[in-house]
Design a protein around this ligand. Structure first.
Ligand SMILES: [Zn+2]
Length: 478
């Protein structure tokens, strides 16, 4: 049995034409027309003048249309200034909704976080291992029903591996894993995430997931102590890899990070693993900025604050977070951060540009929030040497394709689902302009970004020490 993802079905049910031809139609009430400014469509490497985009019922009906001689009176018309740029809605494929606020372990937070993602132009998120998969599924349904603004949530379900609270490796037989995949597929996950998994478990996970057309990604290791090197996961058929490329330069004699921190990316083994990714079309989330988070002083180019992120915490949460800072710096992560800039450039130069996706893995103790992380990750990719257009593709079309949603999302094109971002300033000239989100459209509904962010302020976290409502609604683990 192979199930078609729900999102693809939704698209197939629409009659919108694909391709470049966009016959002009009479406008209807409820249509949105966006004219002026410039367009980065997610496919081309440059920007073009935005003649006009017509959105109807959550679909891009016409792109590049000429509205000069047409009657727009029944549509909502948005006229952009010359310094405004339309981009496809941004993806975060490693989008934790978890916050780690009080030494109490991680808690999935789905009240303020969806607003923060959307207010940053992030319209699609893959949570990459949920602490509270039922709660996340309920939040996703509320968002889909229009009861709560938020990005599309491509549910990941729980972690498969020791990262899951209560995971008992000995009892997780391949049969049991297959059974769990059946259950989560039936509940509508969009992909699965392995972290801390053993080889036989991962092989079963991948094989069973593929029966449903689901992708699998993994935070893997070196092969040391019954872990899995990305090289071996690729042989098993894994679709995506998080954090590092792996391969023979990451020795199975010790944990991956001890090799990674001193990796010479010019080694032939690094080229060999790049070629394996290319040959097997495996997508790669380098999560550069996540490594930059774990040491101090941080890379001041990437870890600037253009919005006071702690203002999204409740006053109580803010006090608790402030009292816990600064965190203990991790020198190993400084070295890994530097290596990873070279590693992703090596991968790009080897021809991996189409396989790079953007994932933030933005750990949050409260001072930096996941929703802002995509802009940090984009900037890090450019600082590593990727052209800005390649970085933007990592966060749009590549990410959509990585989730088997390339026909539905990831570019501004006729027939696709209407997700887009309007930013001020050309992000191809300075990638930091991606931060200047003015408006965001998801499912054809347009929001003012500042209003979304404003509505999330002071909401993230418990209001008092004994805030049972927070703990009940947001499952926690140590
Ligand atoms: Zn993660």
């Amino acid at each position: 049995m192979r199930l078609v993802p729900v999102i693809a079905l939704a698209l197939a049910c629409t009659a919108a034409a694909g391709g470049a031809a966009t016959p002009s139609q009479a406008l209807q009430r409820g249509d949105i027309v966006i004219t002026g400014g410039s367009l980065f469509d997610g496919i081309r490497d440059d920007v073009v003048p935005n003649n006009g985009i017509l959105v109807r019922s959550g679909i891009f009906l016409e792109v590049g249309a000429d509205f000069a001689a047409r009657d727009l009176s029944s549509a909502t018309v948005i006229r952009l200034a010359d310094d405004e740029y339309v981009l496809p809605g941004l993806f975060d494929l490693h989008a934790h909704y978890a916050v780690d606020l009080f030494g109490e372990g991680r808690v999935d937070e789905y009240v303020a976080n969806p607003l923060v993602f959307l207010g940053n132009g992030v319209t699609t998120t893959f949570p990459a291992g949920e602490v509270d998969p039922e709660g996340m599924m309920a939040a996703r349904r509320r968002i889909e029903r229009g009861e709560q603004p938020g990005p599309r949530i491509l549910s990941s379900g729980p972690y498969f591996g020791s990262a899951r609270p209560g995971w008992n490796a000995a009892s997780e037989t391949p049969e049991r894993i297959r059974h769990e995949v059946d259950e989560w597929a039936a509940r509508g996950v969009a992909g699965l995430k392995a972290k801390g998994i053993q080889p036989l478990q991962l092989a079963a996970l991948i094989d069973q997931a593929h029966r449903y057309g689901l992708t699998v990604t993994g935070h893997l290791d070196s092969g040391f102590r019954n872990t899995v090197n990305p090289r071996d996961a690729i042989a098993m058929g894994i679709d995506r890899i998080e954090h590092f490329l792996g391969g023979d330069a990451i020795s199975g004699d010790n944990a991956a990070y001890s090799s990674l921190e001193s990796l010479d990316v010019s080694r032939p083994e690094v080229d060999a693993i790049c070629q394996l990714f290319l040959k097997r079309n495996v997508y790669y989330d380098a999560t550069l900025s996540a490594y930059g988070y774990w040491y101090d002083p941080k890379d001041a180019r990437v870890f600037t604050q253009w919005v006071d992120e702690m203002s999204f915490l409740t006053p109580h949460a803010r006090e608790v977070v402030k009292a816990r800072l600064p965190r203990r710096p991790t020198e190993q992560f400084r070295r890994i951060y530097e290596v990873k800039f070279k590693e992703i450039k090596r991968f790009y130069d080897a021809g991996g540009g189409r396989l790079i996706t953007s994932g933030t893995d933005h750990p949050s103790w409260g001072e930096y929030l996941s929703g802002f992380g995509t802009h940090r990750e984009l900037q890090a990719l450019v600082l590593a040497g990727l052209p800005p257009a390649a970085a933007l593709k990592a966060a749009t079309i590549n990410a959509a394709r990585a989730m088997h949603l390339g026909d539905a999302l990831g570019s501004v094109a006729p027939g696709k689902l209407a997700d887009l971002v309007i930013v001020r300033g050309n992000p191809l000239q300075d990638i930091r302009n991606s931060r200047h989100v003015e408006r965001v459209m998801v499912r054809g509904t347009i929001y003012d970004a500042a209003t979304l962010l404003e509505s999330a302020k002071g909401k993230l976290g418990p209001t008092t020490d004994g805030d049972d409502g927070w703990w009940k609604g947001n499952v926690r683990f140590k």
